[in-house]
Write a protein that binds this ligand. Structure first.
Ligand SMILES: Cc1cc2nc3c(=O)[nH]c(=O)nc-3n(C[C@H](O)[C@H](O)[C@H](O)COP(=O)(O)OP(=O)(O)OC[C@H]3O[C@@H](n4cnc5c(N)ncnc54)[C@H](O)[C@@H]3O)c2cc1C
Length: 457
């Protein structure tokens, strides 16, 4: 009996239940990865995400070769085609079970339904495992059995489940056969330009674990106070690794447990707060899994569909280019275009500025981020944008609007972040494209109108 592991958003060989299951066969498993650039384009992926994926895939191919597992690279184009090619490959190799990590989006689920169907017809099967989260997040439900919509009770239930069932991550797999030659991974795929920022980011499990270890020693204790200061190296910057799955959230949690023990409630503030961010990541996957409309460009709060967004291409372009004349916004947009990454505090500031002061539909911002972020992750990005736009579950109330200048004074008091990312000449000359006070009032009015118009009950 031979099984196959299908890698998707979980490019690692450690803490990988699907890979472990595939290794239980009588012979070494086969591995497959499907290149689906047509679907990635449809999903709004950009050069940073794709370039980082290929780099991470190269690291995975080397590790699999050392384990004696052959990686088949399938050039499928689309999700739909990947489904038939994986079924075909399984047939050719005489595979009994294809194992893969569960993915939460609607297109991903449709693709998996196609594969499951095709395999079943051929007397084979698809088995899905939880590889992207610490716990099976879709199964976490409130007392009444309904999914959570609010983070704090979700976190409580998550922690109770973790204590009751806690799953420890597993270590690196032992070789299952003699080492093989690593599969060649292309440098680029059709439809995506090279990304000049790639050299700034290491990829693969080893570099991720190294960064995790450094972060714990360097910044974990002060995380609670430093995490909001964009000029400080106060957060882990592990999001690209977590988004591509070359390290797992379980490996992150385990590193903290090794240092602090399993009593989460007794952890110091910094560690507790960072663990909370890992749970936010789980929460957004829970929400995506339980409310499929999120994959269809829809807001979580129905009444916000009636918000009359401005059609203002010039303002949108100024925001994209970091030319709004609001220093913190422009600095953050430059950080994004140069590094593929933006500090969380600044993601919140620029998202709220776009959706409230400029009153531009959050879906434009969501798409700009998806094409420019190296750590692009649908669930977290959609969750972040819907939070800022007040359209999401447990979102910022529409009348609580950040003033970006006040945010800058508070979180970048000496201006170091702004100096670092702003072109000094342009920054000084540019007048703001919008008046912060009147645009704030305009947003509140427009949101209120939409809310008042919504049917009650
Ligand atoms: C508008 C907007 C868009 C966002 N888009 C993305 C995205 O595409 N991909 C992405 O990974 N994160 C996204 N985030 C969440 C967050 O900004 C990043 O995860 C974080 O900045 C990454 O930096 P870090 O690795 O240093 O985080 P740390 O502070 O070190 O946190 C550790 C990990 O926890 C997770 N995490 C932290 N904050 C959040 C959060 N608010 N929501 C969900 N998970 C979180 C991430 O995996 C992160 O790597 C977005 C937030 C906003 C407001």
């Amino acid at each position: 009996m031979t099984d196959m592991i299908w890698f998707r958003g979980d490019l690692r060989i450690q803490d990988h239940p699907a890979l472990e299951a595939a290794c239980h066969g009588d012979t070494p498993p086969h591995a497959v990865f499907a290149l689906t650039p047509e679907t990635w384009l449809e999903h709004g992926w950009g050069p940073p995400k794709v370039a980082y994926l290929l780099k991470s895939l190269r690291a995975l191919a080397n590790e699999l070769a050392e384990l004696g597992i052959t990686l088949h690279l399938v050039e499928a184009g689309s999700f739909e085609r990947s489904a038939s090619l994986v079924v075909e490959l399984a047939g050719r190799l005489g595979i009994e079970t294809v194992h893969a990590g569960l993915e939460y989006g609607v297109d991903e689920r449709d693709r998996d339904a196609l594969v499951a169907d095709g395999l079943t017809q051929a007397g084979r099967r698809l088995q899905l495992h939880h590889t992207q989260t610490i716990l099976p997040v879709e199964e976490i439900a409130s007392g009444s059995g309904t999914p959570y919509r609010v983070f704090t009770p979700f976190r409580k239930a998550w922690e109770a489940t973790w204590f009751a069932e806690g799953r420890s991550p597993t270590g690196r797999l032992e070789p299952v056969g003699p080492a093989t030659t690593p599969t060649r991974i292309p440098d680029r795929v059709e439809g995506f330009d090279d990304w000049p920022g790639l050299g700034q980011w290491e990829a693969g499990t080893e570099s991720g674990m190294q960064r995790l270890g450094d972060f714990i020693v360097r910044a974990l204790d002060a995380y609670d106070s430093a995490r909001d200061l964009p000029d400080r190296d106060g957060t882990s910057s592990l999001s690209p690794w977590l988004a591509i799955g070359s390290i797992s959230p379980g490996m992150c949690l385990e590193a903290l447990i090794q240092r602090l023990g399993p009593e989460l409630a007794r952890w110091p503030k910094g560690a507790r707060s960072w663990q909370g961010e890992l749970v936010w990541r789980e929460f957004y996957r829970h929400v995506l899994g339980c409310f499929p409309e999120l994959s269809k460009n829809r807001p979580m709060q129905g009444w916000t569909s009636a918000v009359e967004w401005r059609d203002a291409p010039g303002d949108l372009e100024a925001w994209r280019q970091g030319e709004t004349g609001i220093e913190i916004v422009d600095a953050a947009m430059h950080q994004l275009s140069e590094t593929g990454w933006m500090h969380n505090r600044c993601r919140m500031i620029v998202a709220m500025f776009l959706t409230k002061n400029l009153l531009i539909d959050w879906r434009h911002g969501e798409r700009h981020f998806s094409t420019h972020l190296v750590d692009y992750d649908f669930a977290s990005n959609n969750g972040g944008w819907q939070w800022a736009a007040s359209t999401g579950t447990d979102a910022a109330p529409y009348f609580r609007i950040f003033n970006p200048d006040t945010q800058a004074e508070r979180f970048d008091p000496d201006g170091a972040y702004r100096r670092r990312w702003l072109d000094p000449a342009a920054g000084l000359m540019r007048a703001p494209i919008v008046d912060l006070k009147s645009s704030r009032l305009r947003a509140i009015e427009v949101f209120k109108k939409a809310k008042d118009a919504a049917p009650t009950g």
